[in-house]
Ligand binder design. Sequence first.
Ligand code: 5AD
Ligand code: SF4
Length: 477
Amino acid sequence: MYNDNPTLDHLKQIDEHKQGEAFSLTETELYDPNYKYFYIESYGCQMNFSDSEIVASILGESGYRPIRQMELSDLILINTCSIREKAEETVRKRLRVFDQVKQQKPGTLVGVLGCMAERLKKKLLEEEKLVDLVVGPDAYRDLPGLLQTAETGEKGINVILSREETYADISPLRLDSNGITAFISIMRGCDNMCSFCVVPFTRGRERSRNAFSIVAEAADLYERGYREVTLLGQNVDSYKWSNPESGATVNFAELLAMVARVHPDLRVRFSTSHPKDITDEVLHTMAAFENICNYIHLPVQSGNSRILELMNRTYDREWYLERIRSIYRILPDCAVSSDIIAGFCSETEAEHQDTLSMIPLANYSMSYMFFYSERPGTLAARKYPDDIPLEVKKRRLQEIIQVQNKVSLQHNQADIGKTYKVLIEGDSRKSDQDFKGRNSQNKMIVFPKAGNYKPGDYVWVKVNDVTSATLMGTLIS
Ligand code: 5AD
Ligand code: SF4
């Protein structure tokens, strides 16, 4: 999900479920010199990938078409992430590659979008001479105007953050889609002030998108053959939209129910939940609708209460464990995953042990695990010394990964012999004789093709073998 280090063409290889055909102009022979083309790479969270689809739609209105071959494009865009230093280093490396393309094809414009654009602002233009455009996450509507400026040889920059922008009326152009699963952005920005996190600075204040526009987008996707939507926000549990006409408000549980009612065959997922905000109302809504998937991404960050306080997470270990117990009580089949940070400022060995012990207690099906990376301007950077040596951070991260791998394997082994309803997403990565799809718990299942089933169909699959990452099974007719 978090993608700090993709190779050359993310459009081809990001994530198992993001390979596909819908990126309309993919073949060189379809190149039409009468059009202008853009090439886009995205890094970071799902929200960034979703934003790139909004950008693609805005560019489409200005006559630009997407293309996979950057050498043929008139405009190269990179949608960037600032979450860790490594993410920014990756972007700088990619800019060197774009440099070369630009040298071979003068006139090609290069634009930096997203969080790194927002964080570095004008400095990015000073540091990266080849960059023509710098556009922050709330300024994408300005892209056509900025492009006109850049075409005259001037630099185009807009990094103004907004309190209102949700791009609610823009219908995303699905890039690199499998035609079955899609993201829907339901809110933007973040009002939590986790002390390690750069997001409040790069994405601005939290705002929720018009609930009816979200439902309409889900309904449109269903009509077009999509069978799964993932509702995206930095903290979906604090979704709150007020209807300006009636004054009525919609909270996240209500929004979930509205989207689930679009069609029983449209699966609904969401990410990311916050332990302080996830309510029993959300859990009961999940239980009430078969098509709301039994999967919650509930980042703990640390298993130790003192570290959680320094992180400004506003919950402690006990609170988190109570939320976990409520999830398993109300949704016995639910899978829970997490984000974990190793080696936050002043973390002791004993506090690190608390993080290790949290993994089996919460029984995470999987986790995204990182070592702490100090980000300029954040609360932690200003208040706490980054005092855990890199080797110690890395060793603690390895220990966390080891425990999680063991717990993931056990979690998957417990599925052997069970039968799951699976939404087919396409061919498995390794063989076109096998399909891949996910169960409600968001586990990828690979199984031999049989019958006339096709992507988008629901099938029942019995699990007979597992690794720590994947389930293998057979179709049950
Ligand atoms: N260093 C390391 N990991 C971080 N994350 C956010 N900020 C940092 C940082 N400064 C992780 C958190 C978050 C995920 C998106 O990235 O675990 O949930
Ligand atoms: Fe990266 Fe966070 Fe920005 Fe997403 S919101 S792109 S994770 S910095």
